[in-house]
Design a protein around this ligand. Structure first.
Ligand SMILES: *Cc1c(COP(=O)(O)O)cnc(C)c1O
Length: 383
C-alpha cells in the first residue's frame, strides 16, 4: 500500500509545475542576480518575474512591496523585530496572541529582553481572538500588532480584516502570519488591511527554505541581518534564484486554485469528521467548527494520547501529527490548546490531520478504518 500523507499542515510536496521551472536555475542559469553580465541579468529577470507573481497573488500594489527571505520563520522575525526596533522612538508596546507560531511568540519574547512590553492576547475556547480584547489592549505606546491569519495546529481563522479596519485608524503597524492561510482562503492585502504579511513556500507546494515578506508602501522596517545591498538593503544575501522562481509559481497557482481547492477540501474534511463521529465517537473537535482552515481536523479521542494514535497509524504508513511531543518521557502540551482553556488530557489527546491536493476519498476511508483499529487496540491495553 502506498503511504497516506495527511500532514499537509507540516509541509507539502513540491508540485511538478514548480519543480519544472526551478530546474534550469539549478543547472544552467546559475549567474548571481547581482552581477551585471547577461548570466546575472537573466537570473535577476527571473527573480523580478517571481516578485510580480507574488505581488499579484497577494493583490499588492507593486512588486517593490515584496521582499524574498529564507522562510516563513525569517519573514516573521524580520517583520516583528524590524518594525519594532524602527518604531522604538514612538513607543515600546507590541500586541500579539497566545496561540501564535513559535517564530512569532519567541520573537516577541526576545523583544521583551530588549525592553519592549508585549501583550499576549487570550483566545476563546475555539481559538479566536476577540476584537474587543485587541481594542482594550491598545495603549498610546502600541507600535505593532501581530496576529496570525490562521492557526497551524487547530486551524482557527482570525478576523484579520476586522482588526485591519480597527488599526487603519491608528499609526499602529499591523502584521499577520499568513503562512497557513494563503492558498486556503482567497484574500488580498488590502482586504485584510495589513502593513506586513508573511508567507512561505513549503506549505503551498513550493520548495522549503524560501519565503516572502509583504511590506506595504510607506511602511518602514529595519534590517536584522547585515551584508550586501540586496532586497533594498533590508535583507542582504545572494538571492536563491531557483527557490524564488519556484516560489513565484507556487504562490500564483495556490491563489488561482484557492477557491476550488478550498471547496473540495472542506467537503472531504466535513465528510471525514462526520464519519469519525458516527463510526468512532468519544471524540472532540479542537478549534472553531466553521471558521477553520478547510483542510484541518484537530481531534481529541477520549482517553487515548494523540502520540499513541500517531505511532499506530504510522505502522500502517498513514502520516498525521499530534498536538504534543513526547521527549525524554515528558509531555509538553500544546500552548495553543492550553490557551484555549483545554485540559492537559485533551491537549495530550490531540491529533492533527491535514489534507491536501493528493488526498482522496479513499485515503480518508483507509484513515478511518486504521484509526478504528488503532483506537480499539490502544483502548484494549487499558484496564
Ligand atoms: C510553517 C509555519 C511557519 C514557519 O514557516 P517556515 O517556512 O517553516 O519557517 C510559521 N507560521 C506558521 C503559521 C506556519 O504554519
Amino acid at each position: 500500500m502506498k503511504p497516506i500523507y495527511l500532514d499537509y499542515g507540516a509541509t507539502s510536496p513540491v508540485r511538478s509545475e514548480v519543480l519544472e521551472v526551478m530546474i534550469p536555475y539549478f543547472q544552467n542559469e546559475y549567474g548571481n542576480p547581482g552581477s551585471i553580465h547577461d548570466a546575472g541579468q537573466r537570473a535577476y529577470d527571473a527573480i523580478q518575474y517571481a516578485r510580480v507573481q507574488v505581488a499579484q497573488a497577494l493583490g499588492a500594489e507593486s512588486a517593490r512591496e515584496i521582499l524574498f527571505t529564507s522562510s516563513g520563520t525569517e519573514s516573521n522575525n524580520l517583520a516583528i523585530i524590524g518594525a519594532a526596533r524602527l518604531q522604538r522612538s514612538k513607543g515600546n508596546h507590541i500586541i500579539t496572541s497566545k496561540i501564535e507560531h513559535p517564530s512569532v511568540l519567541e520573537t516577541c519574547q526576545y523583544l521583551e529582553q530588549e525592553g519592549f512590553q508585549v501583550t499576549y492576547l487570550d483566545v476563546d475556547s475555539f481559538g479566536s481572538v476577540h476584537i474587543d480584547n485587541l481594542k482594550n489592549a491598545i495603549t498610546d505606546q502600541t507600535i505593532l500588532v501581530t496576529i496570525m491569519a490562521a492557526n497551524n495546529e487547530v486551524g482557527t481563522i482570525q478576523s484579520i480584516a476586522e482588526m485591519g479596519q480597527l488599526l487603519k485608524e491608528t499609526p499602529i503597524l499591523f502584521h499577520t502570519d499568513a503562512i497557513q492561510y494563503i492558498g486556503k482562503v482567497p484574500f488580498t492585502v488590502d482586504q485584510l488591511g495589513v502593513d506586513l504579511l508573511s508567507i512561505g513556500g513549503h506549505k503551498i507546494y513550493g520548495p522549503k527554505g524560501v519565503g516572502a515578506l509583504y511590506i506595504r508602501k510607506g511602511t518602514k522596517i529595519e534590517p536584522i541581518m547585515f551584508g550586501g545591498g540586496q532586497e533594498r538593503r533590508l535583507r542582504p544575501s545572494t538571492l536563491n534564484t531557483p527557490l524564488i522562481v519556484g516560489f513565484g509559481v507556487a504562490c500564483q497557482l495556490a491563489v488561482q486554485e484557492a477557491k476550488s481547492e478550498s471547496q473540495r477540501l472542506t467537503s472531504l474534511r466535513n465528510d471525514c469528521w462526520q464519519r469519525i463521529q458516527d463510526e468512532i465517537g468519544n471524540v472532540e473537535l479542537n478549534g472553531h467548527p466553521v471558521l477553520r482552515l478547510p483542510n484541518n481536523l484537530n481531534l481529541s479521542f477520549d482517553r487515548v494520547e494523540g502520540q499513541a494514535i500517531l505511532l499506530e497509524l504510522n505502522r500502517s504508513q498513514i502520516y498525521v501529527s499530534s498536538g504534543s511531543a513526547c521527549s525524554a518521557g515528558k509531555h509538553r502540551a500544546s500552548h495553543v490548546l492550553k490557551a484555549m482553556g483545554k485540559s492537559d488530557d485533551i491537549a495530550h489527546q490531540s491529533l492533527r490531520i491535514t489534507f491536501g491536493k493528493e488526498t482522496t476519498e479513499n485515503d480518508i476511508h483507509l484513515f478511518i478504518e486504521s484509526s478504528k483499529q488503532a483506537l480499539h487496540y490502544l483502548r484494549s491495553l487499558m484496564i
